[in-house]
Design a binder for this molecule. Structure first.
Ligand code: ADP
Ligand code: MG
Length: 488
């Protein structure tokens, strides 16, 4: 990649994503072997996963249910009938010589998800289709594991249930692609479809990228970047590919449809193989499997069991709790967080204050620690009590903050902690009067400024009184006392 010119000034970037996501099932899609991560190689393998003859596939209905969940959560139409097809290709980690997938008749089509663009606006990205398929095994070329003589094969992953979720070519920048992936992953987790842990290979992405001159009627020729396994790599790889294509086009060349590999070290993309067509896979309906028939009643039952979805939750938080769109979005980033906030808001009776504590203090700590709320010791009720103590003037925000950190770490009862530590806010007027007198005497010049009407000086003096009381002085009382002493 040479130069850092802005190719998108001349070209429109067009991106469509194919996401492969593992379903949260106990067993594989067609065999009774368990789905587990971190087992010794080739431990979770049934004869079917090995492609041994004489064994027939039996469809895992739980996988179908999760597929329907994903489809409903992304506004797709679930089809009453879909068909499993064999996708034939040779690779050592595919012992059967074909992958069972869906081709002409997928599980679901025609949905969308909404992403937030940089400018605060949101946009709907179309979903072309969702289909069910099985994963392949894993080839291990890593020299730390494989011997010098060759590669190793681990078939634990062979037959693990997957959804392939294909987007329309609606994305217009690498940032939008990343936003789409984050949103999709959040929805899948929210609906309990998948843990979607990228490090475990449960959420993988192929990115299709093309350029066209702004306003051109047709899409340009695309290339496909395979197996991008982190959000950062998705963005980097797409940028690298945009630059490569722009240079080619600028030089009067043409993009050739191909499967690309992203070299993380060099930050460049190169052709891995010229693109195969679906013809190359000789798809045909799997004769061992009957068509997948889904009754309307089954779809209705899944819909009824679906939790309230993130967008609906967000809209409700705005409506019922008076939160801004931005705050509501932050508090609905995961279902655990939204549930936590709602429980705390309800039990404290101070929804807005609870939101503020979560947005300002709790989220900052979670981010710093790389945890989700349910991985801390903080209970919704504890946060509710702490906020009620602050709102009732019994504890200052300054005292509450370190307490919150402690509650997140070890849990506990805020009221008891406040009592034990003697953190009760000081509203004792005599004490505060004395402290205020001392501060005024020690800061005569500032006190004069305040007498002359300067607000900044008053804040400074308040800070000094707070310091003298170890942050326990009731700020409202201090302000009143200082104002009275200096302004009469
Ligand atoms: P395949 O299965 O062969 O990869 P599909 O037709 O299923 O082909 O398309 C795969 C992805 O490529 C989809 O996400 C689609 O939106 C995207 N796509 C199709 N055409 C283009 C294009 N010209 N530029 C960018 N993405 C594209
Ligand atoms: Mg593809």
């Amino acid at each position: 990649m040479t130069g850092r010119a802005q190719p998108h000034a001349k070209y429109e970037v067009v991106i469509g994503l194919e996401v492969h996501v593992h379903l949260r099932t106990e067993s594989k899609l067609f065999s009774p072997a368990p789905v587990r991560y971190g087992d010794p190689p080739n431990h979770d393998v049934h004869p079917l996963d090995l492609g041994l003859p004489g064994v027939l596939p039996v469809l895992n209905r739980r996988a179908v249910e999760l597929g329907i969940r994903a489809a409903l959560a992304t506004h797709c139409k679930v089809h009453p009938q879909s068909v499993f097809a064999r996708k034939n290709y040779f690779y050592p980690d595919l012992p059967k010589g074909y992958q069972i997938s869906q081709f002409e008749e997928p599980l679901a089509t025609g949905g969308w998800i909404e992403i937030e663009c940089g400018d605060g606006a949101s946009r709907k990205i179309g979903l072309t289709r969702i289909h069910i398929e099985e994963d392949a095994g894993k080839s291990i070329h890593d020299s730390a594991v494989a011997s010098a003589e060759g590669s190793h094969i681990d078939l634990n992953r062979a037959g693990v249930p997957l959804l392939e979720i294909v987007s329309e070519p609606d994305l217009r920048s690498p940032e939008e692609a990343a936003a789409y992936l984050r949103k999709l992953r959040a929805i899948l987790r929210w609906a309990d479809v998948s843990d979607a842990d990228m490090e475990k290979g449960q959420f993988r992405c192929d990115a299709n990228v093309s350029l066209r001159v702004h306003g051109a009627p047709q899409l340009g020729t695309r290339t496909e970047l395979k197996n991008l396994n982190s959000f950062r790599f998705v963005e980097e790889a797409i940028w690298a590919e945009i630059h490569r294509q722009a240079e080619l086009l600028d030089a009067g060349g043409a993009v050739v449809q191909a499967t690309m590999h992203y070299d993380e070290g060099r930050r460049t993309t190169r052709v891995m193989r010229l693109k195969e067509n679906s013809d190359d896979y000789r798809y045909f309906p799997d004769p061992d499997l009957v068509p997948l028939v889904i009754a309307e009643a089954e779809i209705d039952a899944v819909r009824a069991a679906l939790p309230e979805l993130p967008e609906d939750r967000r809209a409700r938080f705005e409506r019922e709790h008076g939160l801004s769109a931005y705050d509501a979005r932050l508090l609905t980033e995961s279902r655990a967080l939204a549930d936590f906030y709602e429980a705390a808001a309800q039990s404290s009776g101070h929804a807005k204050a609870v939101a503020n504590w979560m947005l300002r203090d709790v989220l900052a700590q979670l981010k710093e620690q790389g945890r989700d709320i349910d991985e801390t010791a903080l209970a919704p009720d504890a946060l509710a009590k702490l906020v009620a103590l602050v709102e009732g003037g019994r504890v200052t925000a300054a005292s509450a903050r370190p307490l919150l950190a402690e509650l997140m770490e070890r849990g506990g009862d805020p009221e008891a902690l406040v009592r034990e530590r003697g953190l009760e806010a000081v509203s004792d007027t005599g004490l505060l009067e004395a402290a205020a007198d001392e501060v005024i005497a020690a800061n005569a010049a500032v006190a004069d400024q305040v007498r002359a009407g300067e607000e900044k000086g008053l804040n400074f003096l308040m800070g000094q009184v707070m310091k003298r009381t170890q942050g326990k002085a009731n700020p409202k009382a201090v302000r009143e006392i200082l104002a009275r002493k200096l302004r009469g």
